[in-house]
Design a protein around this ligand. Structure first.
Ligand code: NAD
Length: 367
């Protein structure tokens, strides 16, 4: 049988630096765990614009549709700020998400014990936190029509439309229930059914889908109350499913409970392909961090944990994903810190590649 295929799009800024560490980890899995991947690399974002005049070449798009998973670094940077909107680096990423129809965005918020002091919340509120927010990514108010700024009388009106079809809610709800079954069997759905018709429909459809997952304990919460509960006692949640707009806000809020941007992975999943694997794009939450690019300061852990998500959700290798996450946990417990994680006095930061070395050593020690 052919090896599973991975397309690496390292992108701009610190993207190539953090991805270099992931590539070493992919090689480790080939050499030490007999898990060889067919890895190809290509350009996205500003790097693709420089080479082809477009932030995502059609051939790259076609390749992304064929592979088992895409791993992306980050796109963008000041060099491209003045470009026309249609060729900005971010358009490459948006095109990937849109054409692969990646409707379920998985954003874990996990607090490693060694970093519990990093949170702005009290240590006992976040220590051991492990929750997952599933955000609908392809519909809702960011895409609904009509939209625009129109003239009305003697003033202008800004318009956006929140719009969800039953099938759009159904498919993201199913992703969230499936995920809940792999975790703690608890799902909380968040909307504003008290003031929005789209919220009423959302609640109805999620409840209906829930009948197919009797093992999962389903609850509903208004999204504003959800935001309060997330900061009050986040450990009450396991999986949360919500729409595009609320998910955008709540996933950022939840992520920041745990500390640095350099630690946050994500997955965006679509419909199953012929081989049963979902269409999938894995990427760190952070951007291209131009302020530290090229200095060996970037924290590669968000990108490494994104590959762990790929092992779990694309390659049915949950045990190996656990191994990689434990290796990261070990390295942090040993006191290794990139500059973004420095808090304690007298701790010398490690470089991007030293952090990669430490994770590889912890992986070796796990055998
Ligand atoms: P950013 O995430 O790139 O950086 C924000 C801050 O966090 C910076 O101080 C940066 O140094 C720090 N940081 C981020 N990742 C880090 C890491 N791995 N290790 C250590 N420190 C890290 O966000 P920004 O500065 O608002 O945006 C910079 C560029 O990235 C812009 O062009 C923006 O459009 C783009 N961007 C891209 C993505 C993406 O590719 N998904 C996401 C957000 C922003």
């Amino acid at each position: 049988m052919a090896n599973p295929s991975l397309l690496i799009l390292a992108g701009d800024g610190i993207g190539p630096e953090v991805m270099a560490e992931v590539t070493r980890i992919i090689d480790w899995y080939g050499a030490k765990r007999g898990m060889a991947f067919d890895v190809s690399e290509d350009l996205v974002g500003g790097a693709a614009y420089d080479a082809h005049g477009t932030p995502l070449h059609d051939d790259t798009m076609a390749r992304a549709q064929e592979v088992d998973a895409v791993l992306l670094g980050a796109v963008g940077g000041p060099k491209y700020d003045a470009l026309d909107f249609s060729v900005k680096p971010e358009r490459g990423l948006l095109r990937l998400r849109k054409e692969m129809d990646l409707y379920a965005n998985l954003r874990p918020a996990q607090c490693f014990d060694a970093l519990a002091d990093f949170s702005s919340l009290k240590k006992d509120v976040v220590a051991g936190l492990d929750i997952m927010i599933v955000r609908e990514l392809t519909s809702g108010v960011y895409f609904g029509e009509p939209r625009g700024i129109i003239e009305e009388g003697n003033e202008r009106v800004g318009i956006n439309t929140q719009r969800y079809t039953e099938s759009e809610i159904d498919r993201v709800a199913r992703s969230a229930f499936e995920l809940a079954m792999r975790r703690g069997n608890k799902l909380c759905s968040m909307e504003k059914a008290n003031v929005m018709e789209s919220g009423i429909l959302w609640r109805e459809v999620v409840t209906r889908v829930g009948a197919d997952y009797p093992e999962v304990e389903l609850s509903h919460m208004y999204a504003d109350a959800g935001a309060m509960q997330l900061t009050r006692w986040p450990k009450q949640f396991d999986v949360i499913v919500t729409d595009n707009l609320f998910g955008d806000l709540l996933s950022d809020l939840a992520a920041m409970l745990t500390g640095s941007l350099g630690m946050l992975p994500s997955a965006s999943l679509g419909a199953p392909m012929a081989n049963g694997r979902p269409k999938a794009l894995y990427e760190p939450v952070h951007g291209s961090a131009p302020d530290i690019a090229g200095q060996g300061k970037a924290n590669p852990i968000a990108c490494i944990l994104s590959f762990a998500m790929a092992l779990r959700y694309s390659f049915d290798a949950g045990g190996e994903a656990d191994r990689l996450e434990r290796a990261v946990e070990q390295v942090l417990a040993d006191g290794k810190r990139t500059a973004d994680l420095l808090g304690e006095e007298g701790v010398e930061p490690v470089t991007t590649s030293q952090m990669g070395d430490a994770v590889l050593a912890a992986l070796d020690a796990s055998l």
